[in-house]
Design a protein around this ligand. Structure first.
Ligand SMILES: Nc1ncnc2c1ncn2[C@@H]1O[C@H](COP(=O)(O)OP(=O)(O)O)[C@@H](O)[C@H]1O
Ligand SMILES: [Mg+2]
Length: 227
């Protein structure tokens, strides 16, 4: 599902005089339906790697093939489609819109290419996803009226509205207490197993990492498989 070869990312330093190498020569292969944890110290480039896979950022060198498509060869329109439909994102901060209800937040990424006929289906699908994440009773609430753990589960439902084949999660439990973290990881592993959703998760938690089928460590610019 994901094949990364010889991937490198560097940024110019603020003065523009030097280059900051975040990671170099990264290889990673993730099979369809697998789940991968990426661990490593703060600042090691985990978010950068995830952003590059999700095309929120461009690699400096190397090749990324997702679902048999070479990401460097995508047209502008295909890039938007890739970000909106092939991959789903969950971040440490939920980024829900406070003035929209839980249901509206989940529907939002589905509104691109929206038409009148599809609106009923979109709403049904959002309701069904909220049911699946255990929030069928919270659809009319606003983000400020639900708990942190619930907000993060809304973010997971939202990431799935366009039926992505890959879910990229960047420290999704980073702001949650232990009980809510466990609940969220259970949800992600259930989605991975039941929907064959390929999952790549950055985490600081050894417990969360151990729930993934494979684990890699990013440190000092290199990615190494731990199991
Ligand atoms: N847009 C950017 N411009 C310059 N440097 C960046 C940028 N984004 C990230 N970096 C640098 O890349 C390194 C890795 O950051 P990050 O991917 O956020 O690490 P992690 O998620 O592992 O904590 C850091 O040293 C950071 O300063
Ligand atoms: Mg990070």
């Amino acid at each position: 599902m994901i094949e990364i070869s010889n991937l490198s990312k560097s940024f110019p330093s603020p003065s523009g005089e030097e280059t900051v190498h975040v990671f170099q020569n990264v290889d990673l292969a993730v099979e369809e339906g697998s789940s991968v944890a990426i661990v490593g110290p703060s600042g090691s480039g985990k978010s950068t790697l995830l952003n590059v896979i999700g095309l929120l950022d461009k690699p400096s060198e190397g090749r990324i093939v997702v679902d048999q498509k070479d990401l460097a060869a995508l047209s502008e329109g295909e890039v938007s489609k890739y970000r909106n439909q092939t991959v789903g994102f969950v971040f440490q901060a939920h980024h829900l819109l406070p003035a929209c209800t839980v249901l509206e937040n989940v529907m939002l990424p589905g509104l691109a290419g929206f038409n009148e006929k599809a609106s009923g289906q979109l709403k049904d699908r959002a309701n069904q996803l909220l049911e699946e994440v255990g929030l069928g009773h919270r659809t009319a609430h606003f983000p400020g009226q639900i708990s942190g753990g619930e907000r993060q589960r809304v973010a997971v439902a939202r990431s799935l509205i366009n039926q992505p084949s890959v879910l990229l999660a960047d420290e999704p439990t980073g702001a949650l207490d232990r009980k809510n973290s466990e609940h969220l990881i259970d949800l992600l592993t259930k989605l991975n197993e039941e929907k064959k959703l390929t999952l790549v998760m950055v985490t600081h938690s050894g417990v969360s990492a151990s729930e993934m089928k494979q684990a890699y460590r990013l440190d000092e610019g290199s990615l190494r498989q731990e199991r």
